[in-house]
Design a protein. Structure first.
Length: 257
């Protein structure tokens, strides 16, 4: 993997890149970084030219100077593609990265051969409000304990905890909570109505997010859904082989516009 930086309207964006072939852009979850995909980048790089970003304000990208909406994060992702000289590609994103993928599908569909939405939250305004105390408790403290992390992952190792808390420290609580406000304010249903047909949904069967799989499927046309067994909110960590297989298989499927 190689470290690179590109310039955007939101400052420098850091990416990890590897491989040759069709471009694949990977978008991590809130409080994470490109290293969220470290176990899948090399096997994916056997089939794609992989670019895993640090979203604005997180990882080694420049600090977030103001609140951004989900749509604005999507616009920055397109700026990254432009800076890299990528006219089209495949994109996959997890959690907030999945929401950014929905926004990309709604407003920049022509740029993507395939969109893979992984573990994306789909909550009503009332659900966001009712769960907000837990959201703040999850993201206001920068350092998390193993006990706090364990319900979302299959196997929490010492190595994972070190990386986890490094990434959260780089992002900081204000940036992480700004992202959660972006998700809370995002009208995902409106953008799903504009989403191109024939895209891909991925969930872990042990994640709370999977409970909304039916709502995603009802809003989309010809979507393919993969539910990964014994998997939490981070399938690229819990089951990297299955995660890679989904991207390889789905990239070979016909593109529907």
């Amino acid at each position: 993997m190689e470290d690179i930086f590109v310039n955007t309207s939101q400052g420098r964006i850091h990416l990890l890149t590897a491989g040759q072939g069709r471009p694949l852009l990977l978008l991590h979850s809130n409080g994470g970084s490109a290293y969220e995909f470290e176990h899948v980048i090399d096997p994916l790089a056997e089939h794609f030219q992989v670019f895993a970003w640090d979203m604005p304000g997180q990882g080694d990208s420049d600090p977030l100077l103001r609140h951004l909406s989900v749509q604005q994060y999507a616009d920055v992702a397109v700026e990254v593609m432009d800076a890299l000289g990528l006219q089209t590609g495949i994109v996959g994103g997890a959690s907030i990265g999945g929401a950014v993928c929905v926004a990309l599908g709604a407003s920049h569909a022509a740029r993507f051969e395939k969109i893979v939405v992984v573990e994306c939250p789909f909550r009503t305004p009332q659900e966001w409000k009712g769960n907000w105390a837990n959201t703040e408790a999850n993201y206001a403290p920068v350092t998390q304990t193993r006990e706090r992390v364990a319900p979302r992952l299959r196997n929490v190792t010492d190595e994972l905890m070190v990386r986890w808390n490094i990434d959260r420290a780089k992002a900081g609580s204000k940036t992480c909570l700004s992202v959660m406000w972006a998700l809370r304010e995002y009208d995902i249903a409106a953008d799903l109505a504009k989403f191109p047909a024939g895209q891909v949904l991925v969930f872990g069967d042990k994640s709370p997010t999977v409970a909304k799989a039916g709502q995603f499927e009802a809003a989309l046309t010809d979507a393919t859904t993969h539910i990964i067994s014994d998997c939490g909110h981070f399938p690229m960590i819990d089951d990297p082989e299955r995660f890679v297989d989904i991207f390889i298989t789905e990239s070979q499927a016909p593109h529907a516009s």
